[in-house]
Design a binder for this molecule. Structure first.
Ligand SMILES: Cc1ncc(COP(=O)(O)O)c(C=O)c1O
Length: 449
């Protein structure tokens, strides 16, 4: 087996420079919260392939389901010769995503493709052009989703011109907006929409319930429901981009449930159990949800799930693609979701938070470079600043991350200013591995001056 150094040399001569990697060690195998590289070195995985392998790498059910499917057939194209597993994934997503209403689903290959299709569907269903997105948003790297993504470097620089009719407004960012309430931050954003776009032109407002690449920004309570309520009144759609936050990552099936969105499971229980009484008035649900990443245990799958009348507004043949909802990805998704249910990975994410959050808060108490500790479930982060200020310190965030790497902990940075250190362990990570990771993180802060 060639060493990482040897492979890296070949890579430099063969792979385009624009495709980067966080580390230059090459993976041999992975599972149970660790990666082992071709040099035999073990890494604790606090990245999960950017929030993908929530059920772990090589999760047994996923491996078995894909093995079985690959032996039966690999691809027919659902648009040509359909198969049951696509329908089963759609049924499962319709039941799991927030909202008790009738839903439909369409499957694609990636997150960006899911977002692109949510925009297509929203424009088609409303007959309106404008799409509202937020500061610090990340929605992908295709032409349309680059326009929706906020950060220039590295995502957009010299890749324009970008798609039109995308309007960016301020996000609720409690650490940086002077502590505006969710309602105040929503009013600030929506006032701009009213004045600069016009409510009658808006097809959809698209928001990440917790921003991912933009810095794990958790909006103030009430921000998302206020956006959804404005959309309802304006005849626009509210789209939750749950690509990074979905599938138990934040300790519930979908992150907008933390903001009062009625969960699909709870909605069904409500119908089944009349003793629960009427739905709470503050309950709401996004009209469309975009899904990818954690859904399929590492196989590429994306989707849009939403209100039946909106999804079905599009004419037959208007949505699709050669590989969308590929049978291997569908088999993996059904197995991954079964694993999430069986192991109660939403509870596992909450447990990761209950162990990690106090450690991060203690670290912040003794290290003034940590300006903010935030996140939910197994989507946690610290924001690094010049002590006593909110001035971003990307150099220290990068140095601490590099120190983690030297000690065998794979961490990622993120944020518009590159100064957020984020933690995305697989939800199946064991207690001992998690404890070891947190020790490495403590040590990395202590040794980085
Ligand atoms: C919130 C969000 N939307 C969209 C995307 C794009 O997904 P993909 O990389 O699968 O195209 C990402 C990826 O990080 C994301 O976090």
């Amino acid at each position: 087996m060639p060493t990482s150094e040897e492979i890296h040399k070949r890579r430099t001569a063969a792979v385009a420079r624009g495709v980067g990697s966080v580390i230059s060690s090459y993976v041999d195998h992975a599972g149970g919260g660790t990666l082992t590289d071709v040099d035999g070195r073990e890494w604790i995985d606090f990245a999960s392939g950017i929030a993908v392998t929530s059920v772990g790498n090589s999760a047994p059910r996923v491996v078995e389901a894909v093995r079985e499917q690959v032996a039966r057939f690999t691809h027919t194209c659902f648009m040509v010769a359909p198969y049951e597993s696509y329908v089963a994934v759609a049924e499962t997503l319709n039941a799991l995503t927030p909202g008790g209403f009738d839903k439909r689903t369409a499957l694609f290959n990636s997150g960006a493709e899911a977002v692109e299709n949510a925009v297509k569907i929203a424009r088609h269903a409303t007959g309106r052009p404008a799409i509202v997105v937020f500061d610090h948003a990340y929605h992908g790297r295709t032409n349309l989703t680059m326009a929706m993504t906020a950060k220039n470097m590295p995502y957009k620089h010299r890749f324009g011109p970008f798609a039109g009719e995308i309007y960016r407004v301020p996000m609720s960012y409690p650490f940086r907006d002077g502590g505006l309430s969710g309602a105040e931050a929503a009013a600030r954003a929506l006032d701009q929409v009213d004045k600069q776009v016009g409510a009658a032109n808006v097809a959809a407002v698209i928001a990440e319930p917790i921003q991912g690449e933009g810095g794990f920004v958790v909006p103030a309570d009430g921000f998302l429901p206020a956006l959804a309520a404005w959309c309802r009144d304006a005849g626009a759609l509210f789209v939750a981009d749950e690509i990074q936050t979905g599938f138990c990552r934040t300790g519930s099936w979908f992150a907008c449930e933390w903001e009062g969105a009625v969960s699909g499971a709870a909605a069904r229980a409500h119908v089944a159990d009349p003793r629960r009484g009427h739905a709470r008035r503050e309950e709401w649900a996004p009209d469309l949800v975009t899904i990818a990443k954690g859904i399929a245990g590492g196989l590429p799958l994306g989707g849009v799930t939403g209100r039946a009348e909106i999804m079905d507004a599009v004419h037959p043949g208007g949505l699709g693609g050669t590989y969308g909802g590929n049978p291997l990805a569908c088999a993996a998704a059904l197995a991954a979701i079964e694993t999430m249910r069986e192991l109660d990975l939403a509870a596992a994410a909450r447990r990761i938070e209950s162990v990690t959050m106090p450690r991060l808060r203690a670290l912040a108490e003794r290290d003034p470079r940590i300006g903010d500790v935030r996140g939910r479930g197994a989507m946690l982060a610290v924001e690094i600043v010049a002590p006593g200020t909110i001035i971003p310190d990307a150099a220290t965030a990068g140095a601490v991350s590099a120190a983690c790497h030297r000690s065998g902990l794979l961490t990622l940075t993120c944020g518009t200013y590159g100064n957020v250190l984020r933690f995305l362990p697989p939800l199946v990570i064991g207690d001992t591995t998690l404890a070891r990771a947190l020790e490495i993180l403590d040590g990395a802060f202590d040794t980085t001056t």
